[in-house]
Ligand binder design. Structure first.
Ligand code: HEM
Length: 185
């Protein structure tokens, strides 16, 4: 019974959801840092942003490694590494792979290549998290076994509502700043 809980399939799903949860938290914390209402929590938000981003990315790697050992739908390493060549759900597996590469680019450029790239290019690359996040959600919803469960619907919907709200807040604040700057000149 206890072994059932730790079956490979359960671990694949848990790692997938944990990755989704942590990467969503990371993006939320990143967006909140620049919104005026959260300015006094900037330091804390930055720590959450970094830590959840890395642990989320490592969870994706765990999710993918476990797929190699799945009893029912085993993946070959190239089916995970090369988008759209998997026998199982090639399209939705493929967007999972692309999402992972985009997250990896963002994490690596932030921690190791920021100085080399310069702030402007780094910032452009950093916003790849948004398409990465959209692909991750589509991947989870359309390939996952749990997508019709009420708890999964709540988890996916909460992520979508929160990220969309924060993106809109960022957008409107940036518009207000532009108007203020124009009025000041
Ligand atoms: C950013 C990258 C990824 C994230 C965040 C992610 C997340 C998820 C989530 C949330 C689920 C739903 C689990 C469920 O409903 O039970 C899932 C399922 C799945 N993922 Fe991923 N995934 C990623 C990358 C990949 C990659 C690269 C592959 C392989 C090519 C893959 C293969 C699968 C498979 C086969 C399932 C179905 C498991 C099942 O429910 O039977 N994922 N993933």
């Amino acid at each position: 019974m206890i072994l059932d809980v730790f079956s490979n399939w359960n671990l694949i799903r848990t790692a997938g959801f944990l990755a989704y949860f942590l990467l969503t938290i990371s993006i939320m914390a990143g967006l909140m840092q620049k919104i005026s209402s959260f300015q006094n929590q900037k330091q804390l938000l930055m720590e959450i942003h970094k830590i959840s981003g890395w642990i989320g990315t490592l969870n994706v790697i765990f999710h993918a490694i476990l797929l190699l050992f799945d009893q029912y739908v085993p993946y070959q390493i190239w089916e995970i590494m090369i988008p759209f060549v998997a026998k199982n759900e090639p399209f939705f597996s493929g967007i999972g792979t692309i999402s992972f590469y985009l997250f990896l680019i963002v994490m690596l450029t932030s921690d190791f290549f920021l100085k080399k790239l310069g702030f402007k290019l780094w910032k452009k690359l950093h916003f790849l998290v948004i398409p990465a996040w959209v692909l991750m959600i589509l991947h989870g919803i359309f390939i996952g076994t749990d997508s019709e469960e009420i708890w999964a619907i709540i988890i996916y919907s909460a992520g979508i509502v929160l990220i969309t709200t924060l993106l809109m807040m960022r957008y409107f604040e940036s518009k207000v700043k532009v108007v203020h700057r124009k009025n000041a000149n």
